[in-house]
Each structure stands twice: as C-alpha cells, then as structure tokens.
Design a protein around this ligand. Structure first.
Ligand code: ZN
Ligand code: FE
Length: 233
C-alpha cells in the first residue's frame, strides 16, 4: 500500500505540491516533485523517513529545485523522463513511456504526457489507484502549453480520461479556487463544497477522483479535438 502525503511548497507564491510517498510494506519512500527543500525536509523529519528516490514529472524549476539538496542530504536517486535527462540535473534513473518503476512493492507506471512540456510524465500507481499529474492536469484546469501543441495536450488528457473512474489524482499545484467560479450543476456544487471545506481546514482541495474531475473540469468535459483547439486560438 502506498501512503501519500502532500507537502505545500512555495506557499502563497506558486503553491506547488511536493508529495511524500511511502510504500507501507517495505518502508521505502520517495519525494515526487521536490519543489523546495525546506518544507520537504521538515515533513520527512516529522515522519522520520529518509526518501531513497526523488521522482519528477517535468523539468520546470518549481518542481525540481529541491532535488540537489535532498539528494545530498538523503543520498536519494533522482528519477525522471529520459527526455529530460539533459534538463533535470544529476538524473540517476531515466524512464520512458510504459516503464514500470518499483517503489518497494508499489509499482508506478510511467505515462508520457506531452503538452505543458515535451517529456512531461504522469506517475500512475494502478494497484493503489493513485495518479500524479504534475502540471498536466490540475483541479478544474490544465497546465499551460509551454512546449507542446494543443493536439499533444489533448492526447495526454485522453490518456488520463481513459484511466479508471475511481483513481484519485494529485496535481502539481493548488489552483482549485481559480476554477471554482465556473462550476455548475449538482456535481459541480458538490465538488466546490468539498474543495472549500478542505481548503478552509488548511488541507489541499483534493484529492478528487477522475470521475469527479471528468464531470467538473471544463478541459476534460470537452470531447472533440476541434473544440479543444479552439480554446488556444
Ligand atoms: Zn511546469
Ligand atoms: Fe509548475
């Protein structure tokens, strides 16, 4: 079983999430998207864990800047997409689409998701029904197209839409409030209520299931490529 602990980084600025992942049966752990060292070190000390791996979704500085310090401190190995080998410093393990990464007994399937960047990857743990979407999918929105085309982003979102409804997803930023004004209908109201309740308790708005996200995220609701591309004109 995989334990997921969100760690808010760059709070009040970019509101990134790093995630501490602990494989419960072996105690082997990792940090996904080490945005900023200090809050991550504090959480690791609190939970008394020394992560063996630093997993990355993509090369942007707000997702990797803690890597160097955490690698030094914990002797952790940096893991990322082969396509980011020259852009994520000191990458020890390079992965490709379809690869399986074993964190103890927990298995992550690597899904390439071009769009926000070229070489962006999703980390999917099918046994645990958990998905880390980095800057591809946020609650109620998606990441900007820094390197890829709308067509590439579309095809990445279709991969997410094809995963099971009961998968919980964890995004790279807390951007939920920006999409909440546009929520409509019964499922939209329920989504907003849940998000507001958690946020006001000082928690992340998520995680939400992909079923909820497919119903409420305007970018996932669109079901034609043409219509999707029109958003970017
Ligand atoms: Zn990014
Ligand atoms: Fe980001």
């Amino acid at each position: 079983m995989l334990e997921v602990v969100p760690i808010l980084c760059r709070a009040g600025q970019m509101d990134n999430y790093a995630y501490l992942l602990v494989d419960k049966s072996t105690g082997i752990s990792a940090i996904l998207d080490a945005s900023e060292a200090a809050p991550i070190i504090a959480e690791c000390q609190k939970k008394n864990v020394k992560p063996q791996f630093l997993l990355n979704t993509h090369h942007h500085f707000d997702h990797v800047e803690g890597n160097a310090e955490l690698r030094e401190l914990f002797g952790a190995k940096i893991v990322g997409a082969a396509e980011d080998k020259d852009r994520i410093e000191n990458m020890d393990i390079a992965l490709n689409d379809g690869d399986v990464f074993e964190l103890g007994d927990s298995k992550a399937h690597i899904i390439s998701a071009d769009g926000h960047t070229i070489g962006h990857i999703l980390w999917y743990f099918p046994q645990d029904k958990v998905l880390f979407t980095g800057d591809t999918l946020f609650n109620l929105s998606i990441g900007g197209l820094f390197e890829g085309t709308p067509e590439q982003m579309w095809s990445s979102l279709q991969k997410i839409k094809n995963l099971p409804d009961d998968v919980l997803f964890y995004p790279g930023h807390e951007y939920t409030v920006y999409g909440m004004a546009n929520l409509e209908g019964e499922s939209g109201i329920k989504y907003a209520e849940t998000a507001k309740k958690r946020l006001s308790a000082g928690l992340p708005a998520g995680p939400f299931t992909l079923a909820d996200e497919k119903k409420c995220n305007p970018y996932l609701r669109i079901d034609s490529l043409q219509e999707f591309c029109r958003l970017f004109n």
